[in-house]
Design a protein around this ligand. Structure first.
Ligand code: K7E
Ligand code: CUA
Length: 765
């Protein structure tokens, strides 16, 4: 697209007026007319008013949703439910260049298992980092159930920085859950396997050789990374550990992990054995694992762990002897275990039981202190009787799964999978307060900061597995349905249905938007994936191509509207590395970079440096271009990669026929003078107000002057050419001066608009 000419613009406006007139004066429709035409009730209008975020306004909360099988994270706003971003995590994501530039490939390579590239993930549970049990908005963690991995996302730039592979599991589900100060990120195994897992072990040795476990990944907040060496695990029985939660307040230092199939049943329907589903739910109870992680960490420091696959594991024998591991029977096939905001209770919901069980941390501690156990499990772990640990059970409905909390004391919400309902109830008094139907089959639910010590109430999102009859059909595979529910009153009200078309999200967390402080730009030359200066970075004017044998390394830059260099010549068979730095300081001035055939793409946000690597194994002509519509001359942001055949010799240099004359040159000079007048007036305005109080504007102004600072060199060139009567080069270099001016003016106008909108004040000169 080129800029519209005046004539086209006039035509478009004229056409617009004609359309409005023929459609019968839409603007004169009343609210009642619209309600009638669109068949809307008063309730619909109320829901719309509660969720609609007008242009220019923003959401109160930001949600981070697991992207399920997409291996990504979905970011959306609440209450508008507008999607803001997809974050590539376990899966390549081309828009962000994730998995296509060298820096992000390195992050993904952290997720290789036994040298195998795994380019998808089954993300289940995101967790925001916490300080003193409250969301601090600094980091996000998410697990991959299919391949036992955990990822770290930095919320300064919403980029994935690290993927770690669990060294002893083959699947995991009870992650990511953080301890109160994000000392550790908890991850529990799901399907039991031998922990070394190097050799074949037949299923008939399930009870003896197969194991579960819980891993505590140590988080180094300063580095923003998991410290693999300081992380450890606990060996657990092969009970199919499920969801976990960390204690808080009085229960800080402890963690809780559910299990299902404590029967340790091994199926084999094809051999005539009853299937897993029958064998795994035969007993009335499974086990809640109660673990003192703080003491466990001390034991590891004292050298009491065993190294398995190079990783510290506290064996069951040690855990029992040291008194850090206990079991509590819980109604069969439980799913969620959710610690209350005050840290006093653990709410467990069993899929096959109509009750939620509220366990008391105080009672559990009393039983441990008195050494009051009803017995031991087959591995010798002390078992606390259910009645000695239980505070109460509350009947909620069919298929309770997960629980979240309100800002109002004692108020909890539990999802009912089979009933397709959300139950609101009071866990102090043990009574049901309200129920609302959802469409259909809810898994997790989520309230604002509702798993922290400081829930914010207001909204609840129901994450429904089925979306029957809610959306326009799009084939047999339906989108998922996130339903927004108003919980600010006694009765719950359904506000909005949001289709999620990327995978099956299992869990979502939402944080107050004001707690997030994302950056707008990087320090020039930053490798965003490790936050360090990138060795491939160059500044304007320093661009170069370095050849060492058959290795060609390009050090290039991008700024509106050119890529430097504009031609890259290599020989067939060369190993090519292209480093690119985006020199822009202006907000949202991202450039993309793509070369056809070689499967490379980069997203280079202001200040970022990336490198792209490929082998130029086929001679030919390969255009490269910027993939973001960054400016009026974006299409001209282009160049050629020329892969020359063996032994090629250039015959002559590129020559272009002269087409400009003195009149053209004079026209250019006039254009430059006019544009300068615009720049002067904008600069006059900006410097007349307190623009220095607005860091974003300061960046734009710096950027603008950076552009204008390049004009004198081009001016010298056009003047020198004009002196010699070389009108061709004089005209083109004058055009280049104007290009710098246009970019300056563009930034200046943006700065001016920003200042006006933010009520900048006049300053004394
Ligand atoms: Cu219930 Cu993986 Cu938390 Cu799905 S999980 S719903
Ligand atoms: Cu840069 Cu388009």
């Amino acid at each position: 697209m080129k800029l519209f000419s005046k004539r086209t613009t006039t035509l478009i406006i004229a056409a617009g007026i004609g359309l409005a007139a023929s459609a019968g004066a839409w603007s004169e429709e009343s609210l009642q007319d619209v309600m009638k035409r669109r068949d809307l009730s008063q309730q619909d209008l109320m829901a719309a008013a509660k969720t609609y975020v007008p242009t220019g306004k923003r959401d109160e909360f930001v949600a981070f949703s697991s992207g399920g099988q997409s291996g990504q994270v979905i970011v959306y706003g609440i209450p508008s439910m507008r999607i803001l971003k997809y974050i590539g995590v376990f899966t390549p994501e081309p828009w962000q260049g994730y998995g296509f530039d060298e820096e992000s490939k390195k992050v993904l390579a952290g997720g290789k298992i036994d040298g195998k590239n795994i380019t998808w993930g089954d993300t289940h549970h995101p967790a925001v980092s916490e300080t003193l049990g409250k969301y601090d908005g600094q980091f996000l963690f998410i697990n991959d159930k299919a391949n036992p991995r955990l990822a770290v996302i930095d919320l300064r730039d919403f980029e994935t920085k690290q993927i770690v592979v669990n060294p002893i599991y083959k699947s995991e589900h009870g992650g990511a859950f953080v301890t109160s100060n994000t000392e550790y990120i908890i991850e529990a195994a799901q399907y039991a396997t031998p922990l070394e897992n190097k050799k074949f072990v037949p299923l008939d040795q399930f009870n003896e050789k197969y194991r579960g476990g819980v891993t505590y990944w140590k988080f180094d907040r300063k580095a923003g990374l998991i410290d693999v060496k300081k992380s450890f695990s606990l060996e657990l029985p092969p009970y199919s550990q499920d969801l976990s939660d960390a204690g808080k307040g009085p229960s800080d230092g402890w963690s809780f992990t559910n299990s299902f199939c404590a029967e340790r049943y091994v199926g084999g329907i094809e051999k005539g054995r009853p299937p897993y589903e029958a064998g795994c739910s035969a007993k009335d109870t499974d086990y809640l694992h109660v673990i003192n992680w703080r003491k466990a960490a001390e034991l590891v420091a004292q050298g009491k762990a065993k190294k398995i696959n190079g990783h510290d594991v506290i064996m069951m024998e040690t855990a029992i002897k040291e008194g850090i591991l206990f079991l509590v029977p819980e109604p069969k096939s439980p799913h969620g275990v959710d610690v209350t905001p005050d840290g006093k209770f653990m709410v467990v919901a069993g899929k096959l039981d109509t009750h939620v069980s509220v366990f008391s941390f105080e009672k559990i501690m009393a039983a441990i202190k008195a050494q009051k156990f009803e017995g031991k499990d087959p591995y010798g772990i002390p078992v606390i009787a259910m009645k000695d640990a239980l505070d109460k059970q509350v009947q909620l409905g069919l298929g309770p799964l997960h629980t979240q909390y309100d800002s109002k004391p004692c108020v909890a919400y539990t999802s009912l999978y089979v009933d397709s309902q959300v139950a609101k109830w009071n866990y102090c008094e043990g009574k049901v307060l309200d129920k609302i139907s959802v469409h259909y089959n809810i898994g997790h639910l989520m309230t604002m900061e509702g798993d922290s010590m400081d829930p914010k109430g207001r909204y609840l999102v129901a994450l429904n597995k089925l979306a029957i009859d809610r959306f326009t059909p799009v084939g047999p595979l339906h989108p998922q349905n996130h339903q927004l529910i108003d919980i600010s009153n006694d009765k719950m009200h359904l506000l909005y249905d949001m289709p999620i078309p990327l995978g099956e999200p299992h869990y979502v967390v939402a944080i107050e938007a004001s707690k997030l402080k994302p950056a707008v730009r990087y320090k020039v030359g930053t490798n965003s994936r490790n936050d360090k200066p990138h060795p491939g970075m160059v500044r304007a004017g320093e661009e170069k191509v370095v050849r060492k044998g058959s290795n060609v390394e390009v050090f290039g830059t991008l700024i509106r509207s050119h890529i430097t260099p504009e031609t890259i010549e290599v020989n067939v068979g060369d190993e090519v590395t292209i480093n690119l730095t985006n020199l822009e300081r202006a907000e949202d001035e991202t450039h993309g970079f793509a070369i056809d055939t070689y499967n490379v793409h980069a997203s280079i946000e202001p200040g970022k440096t990336v490198s792209l690597k490929f082998k130029a194994d086929k001679e030919g002509v390969y255009p490269y271009y910027c993939t973001e519509f960054c400016s009026a001359l974006h299409l001209e942001m282009q160049g050629y990669l020329l892969v020359k055949p063996k032994g090629y010799k250039a015959v002559r240099a590129v020559e272009q026929k002269a087409i400009y004359n003195k009149a053209d040159y004079d026209k250019q000079l006039k254009k430059i003078a006019d544009t300068q007048a615009v720049i002067d007036s904008v600069v006059g305005y900006i410097t007349s107000v307190n623009y220095k109080d607005f860091p974003d504007v300061v960046e734009m102004v710096n950027d603008a002057f950076d552009q204008l600072g390049k004009a004198p060199a081009a001016k010298a060139k056009h003047e020198a050419a004009a002196k010699k009567g070389d009108w061709q080069n004089a005209t083109l270099w004058a055009e280049q001066v104007w290009q710098y001016q246009v970019k300056t003016a563009d930034l200046g106008l943006r700065a001016k608009t920003y200042l006006e909108q933010h009520n900048a004040q006049k300053v004394a000169k």
